[in-house]
Write a protein that binds this ligand. Structure first.
Ligand SMILES: [Zn+2]
Length: 210
């Protein structure tokens, strides 16, 4: 520890001031995170799409700030409770992160339009299978491979899917095994193990036969 006196404090004033400022900023971030988590833990007020909306809002309001990362973390925790929730959507050979989605009904369409008016950073990615899927306009998507004939790593059945990097080549997950495996996998582990629903497994339009 440096000895402080009038001379050294005067000489190092800026460094001391900067240190103090960073401590205050860190404390402010921590307090903001605590408040956001407390607020969003009210599940009656914040369902899954409510949390998604908070992520979108903060990403727009303050792209370099901490708030949308906190909201993103809360969203990840919430998604982990429903291990097989859809987080990505494939269009034209690319996988996009879903910002938020609405039902393809009159009311859902109104909600989607109103959401896009409030959040110009998101737009319609695709309307398909009764879903209005919104993604970030800046998202260019990640290229994904073609749908192939895979073997379910749980039951051994033949199932269409795309290769996920953490699975052995040729192995995926069949639709019948999704719930079974989701219940038996730790939160967060499921996506690491099986990839993204609609991208790597459960790749056919909803309601279509395998
Ligand atoms: Zn299976």
């Amino acid at each position: 520890m440096k000895a402080f006196n009038h001379a050294t404090i005067h000489a190092e004033y800026h460094a001391l001031y900067a240190d103090d400022l960073f401590v205050r900023l860190a404390a402010w971030d921590a307090e903001q995170e605590r408040q956001m988590r407390e607020c969003m833990s009210d599940r009656d007020n914040y369902d899954l799409d409510g949390v998604r909306a908070v992520v979108v809002t903060w990403r727009e309001v303050c792209p370099n700030g901490n708030a949308h990362r906190v909201a993103q973390a809360v969203l990840a925790e919430r998604l982990a409770e429903d291990a097989s929730a859809r987080t990505h959507h494939v269009l034209a050979g690319r996988s996009f992160v879903i910002a938020i989605e609405f039902e393809d009904t009159d009311e859902g369409t109104r909600e989607a339009n109103s959401f896009m008016e409030r959040h110009p950073s998101v737009g319609v990615l695709e309307v398909v299978d009764g879903r209005v899927i919104l993604a970030w306009k800046e998202d260019k998507g990640e290229p994904v491979g073609p749908i192939r004939r895979m073997l379910c790593s749980c039951c051994g059945a033949v199932t269409p899917g795309r290769q996920w990097r953490n699975r052995d080549t040729g192995y995926g997950l069949c639709v019948a095994c999704i719930d079974y495996c989701a219940k038996r996998t730790e939160p967060g582990e499921f996506a690491r193990t099986y990839g993204h629903r609609g991208v790597h497994y459960d790749v056919l339009p909803q309601g279509s036969a395998e």
